[in-house]
Design a binder for this molecule. Sequence first.
Ligand code: ARG
Length: 453
Amino acid sequence: MWGGRFSKSIDDAFARLNASFGFDWRLYDADIRGSIAYANALARANILTDAERDTLIDGLARVKQEFATQTFAAKPGDEDIHTAIERRLGELVGTVAGKLHTGRSRNDQVATDTRLFVHDAIRNTQHAIRDLQRALIEKSESHLDVLMPGYTHLQRAQPILFSHWLMSYFWMLERDRARLADGAARASVLPLGAGALAGNALGIDREFLARALGFARVSENSIDAVSDRDFIAEFLFDAALLGAHLSRLGEDLVLYSSAEFEFVTMDDAYATGSSLMPQKKNPDAMELARGKSARLIGDLTTLLALLKGLPSSYDKDLQEDKEPLFDAVDTLDALLPVVAGVVRTLRVNADAMRAALDASMLATDLADYLVRRGVPFRDAHRQVGEAVRLAEQRGVALSDLSAEDFKNIAPEFGADVKDVFDFARSVAAREVIGGTGPNAVRQQIARAKQRIA
Ligand code: ARG
């Protein structure tokens, strides 16, 4: 491929270091799509006859078939996917294969392939996210009457609907999906025609290539085009943040499925046992959701470290962009369907959640009661605090204080103060948009359904 000026062949150990076919074979579909479009562009520029173009396109289709059926036979000299395909094309169609690379460099070729690959990866990831979002909606809708403690600082804070907690993950995922869509639009720029770095001298119609390959625009600067990997960095950031969201869901579910909480039970299909302790049922699926997020963050930092400090245009370092990209794609492919399965099969223990509610979680509602009777909130907060302290001193629940006790603390407290100690009522009071009131949550779910429709 480039041996003309060399006097001896490449060192074996260096060849192994240099080769990327072992992983970049995954670009075969994108590479062949790109080459078919390029053959058409070469014919339009009168570099190929129509017959030569057809021969090349037929040959490329056959190579693609070999990859698709796993019958492609790699040879030791196949440095990367681009050279492997060109070598095989030559074997299939003869010397005309040598015309395909006219005016093209592996630099604009690999940049094009990788963009096509990322485009597909984004679409697949969006689909998998949407399925998990559907699972969250289904579970939320079928458990609208379940109350649970809401936490801040992992301390019991206020009663909420279980569905409201679950739906909070829907919106994180919705942002993830939107971020991927933003990235897809920015990635839709065609590098092909940038050549090695200076552009194409043979009259290639880049607008035609962009249309043929489904890109929205062509790159404006050939030097930038061959080294721009921003679209991979963005995808990896999106993947890392999505991973962080799945990790948080994982942490919640690991905690909630423990004997200390017992809020939820994971289906046996998504749990494992211990080889030593016969009684154990471990929430491995969600522990892995937590664990896999670490490698997604690692993939992002690998790419950012790779890009920093590179001199202008293409550098071979950029070959290292693919493994973190593929790793992130594979990690999300493996993880997202499992998380959706965990959510779909999750058993919700409404009684345990209810039992974990305690009267002090209604302290805010007591303060709201005083506010409705004209007490400034700061005073109400202090007075309810005094009530909490009194209950603590007596070793009783806040709800065990008498109406008289409350009246002694603040004259605005009436006999109806005892009505405040009703968890469902507390939740029902929060019908503000985005609140945990049952109607608000129903509306939230309706809006969520519209988003993913
Ligand atoms: N395998 C290479 C990569 O992934 C293809 C581009 C090689 N370009 C070159 N000038 N050596 O980056």
